[in-house]
Write a protein that binds this ligand. Sequence first.
Ligand code: ATP
Length: 355
Amino acid sequence: MSHLEVRNLSKRYGDFTALGDISLDIAEGEFVCFLGPSGCGKTTLLRAIAGLDPQSSGTIHQKGRDISALPPSKRDFGIVFQSYALFPNLTVVDNVGYGLVSRREGKAAVGRRVTELLTLVGLPDAGPKYPAQLSGGQQQRVALARALATSPGLLLLDEPLSALDARVRLRLRHEIKALQRTLGVTTIMVTHDQEEALTMADRIVVMNQGAIEQVGTPQEIYRRPATAFVADFVGSMNFLAGTLVAPDKVKVDGFTFDCTAQDGLAPGAKVALCIRPEDVRVRDLPTDIANRVAVEVAELDFVGAFCRATLKVQGTADVAMTADFSSNLIRDLGVELGRKLDVALPPDRLRVFAA
Ligand code: ATP
């Protein structure tokens, strides 16, 4: 069942269209990430859903109820901002209990709920403290507890981790995901961090210039990017400029590569042939393997867990791609600058996009 239905939503600021005709369904209990570069409209979409910045046109239904014209106070959500936005003059207990007190809940019930929430976010003893006495990660946990206090049907997270340092961010990623799973609360998180989206989301909505490029599970988005933008924005990708010469063949500077049949593109179309660096096959190539090319190692970058090599394709003017080599492979194959070797581009790992 859908928790949220967004239909034909647009947001204009004067002549500028920040969101153009967005439609999206979010299922009950789902964790969805809005992912995209700065300015793509993800915060605008989140704020429209909250009613903080109403849409110019279009509708939003929550659990079948039309909330399109309701003020934030009449909508059912809790929200966490990047900047924590805690009340500095209130203790943690009063921050977390704020929404419940506004609802005129009894003192004992508020006390019990606040204790429960602070335990849930791992801060059972922080109650008497003020926000300034807490670290950034602790403040964000308090903000999370405050957002969940009234047991909202929808949790909205606006870049909640981006102000935190890397280690805290990593830990909170797991904690928020675990909490969301335990509570089963429908959650939307805005992020520009692809790793965050890939690790946390059930589904990712990739946005670009006020429009949705693709909606899919992290695996779908990574493995089968629907557009060149998604292929480029999520993960690393090689783009080789070529021409489609048959439904399942792309010619790149004299080499013809087999790929899966391309329905939407006519032969003769200028295309980009794409492959991820980790999908370039670099060892144990059978003699009859498809898409074998001779390459020369032109650059070798140590990235920690592996080395990323830039490979110049022999017999071409300037066709090059990157490929990943584990340290074992580097040793076994004797990979070094100038080394010549054969690699293969598995047809099922190739993606083709109109150029
Ligand atoms: P970021 O990650 O940088 O926050 P975003 O994807 O969340 O980016 P939005 O904040 O949604 O982007 O903004 C989308 C576009 O709308 C941007 O080009 C922004 O400049 C524009 N915009 C946002 N708010 C306003 C406003 N109040 N008036 C005019 N333009 C606005």
